[in-house]
Design a protein around this ligand. Sequence first.
Ligand code: WQD
Length: 339
Amino acid sequence: MKKILVTGGLGYIGSHTVVALQEAGYEVFIIDNLSNTSIDVLQGITEITNTPPKFERLDLRIKNDVVAFFQKHTNMDGIIHFAASKAVGESVENPLLYYENNINSLVYLLQECKAHNISNFIFSSSCTVYGEPDTLPIDEGAPIKQATSPYGNTKQISEEILKDVCHVSNLNAIALRYFNPIGAHASALIGELPVGVPQNLVPFITQTAAGVRKELSVFGDDYDTPDGSCIRDYIHVVDLARAHVKAVERLIKAENSAKFRVFNIGTGKGNSVLEVIAAFEEVTGEKLNYKIVDRRPGDVVAVFADTKKANEELGWKAAHDLKEGLASSWKWEKKVRGI
Ligand code: WQD
């Protein structure tokens, strides 16, 4: 059984990917520092797959601990690296936290790949690397623009590090550029657990509908879009998880036609904030309390994926649409709140 190390495997996307990996027959080892999740997620994964993944609490910023881990746990067939700080606004206020965590962790991991001859590496990247696209849908050949936040910059720098290391070593890497992950596993045993006030749209919507938040603020309706609100590509987290399994298969079968590849992982469809709200109300029957406020600095007007490359080269395509994602998010929120 091939063994995959998943860093940040108790996080939102990580936990869904662990489930998909186990269901595809992989043995999974999770490391997580629990800074942005709960150990209860391990129970949720186990209830879904009846296979408790191996777990070790580890902070990848502590080089000695990373070295000791790999001395103890050898023979990994691949690594999927989720562990990172990911709040755009927080990264602007505390850039050093982001450069230390997101860059140092990657460098320490890659040093261990070299030391232990681990040659398959999948990196959690983001459509944030594109900045404000010139054309839509956006494909992987689009120019990488000046990052609009330290968070986005760490993703750009990380991709450059991977490209350079692959060029001079036996490492083969795939960076998956996520668009906007939403939704939860159908069982509602795992899902998104935002710490504190949610930064992202969909968890704020579901918490508002659950009465946890008073009302949703829509950050601007005066953009150059059909209804004035920003457009994004909302991808179901279960589809996103499946994309990682496809990427692992590609690397392990050594089908990676180049040492370093990037793929857009989105639905290929854009929806505005107001369309998401309308879809949520339609799917759930809940009336959402929201108001239009000023624009949020740093927001791009519109971004959604050209997914042709992932469709053709990974053999992956999103199977769920926006409404299914929203319905699963709402089911998860009700489960968390005991509604
Ligand atoms: C989506 C739209 C907001 C909250 C970021 C990162 C990306 C990824 C996902 C990590 C925007 C609007 C939001 C609210 C609102 N992060 N909005 N009211 O900014 O597209 O992407 O999160 O992997 O890398 O860049 O996602 O959900 O914050 O915003 O009106 O309370 O919803 O203005 O138009 P974003 P988001």
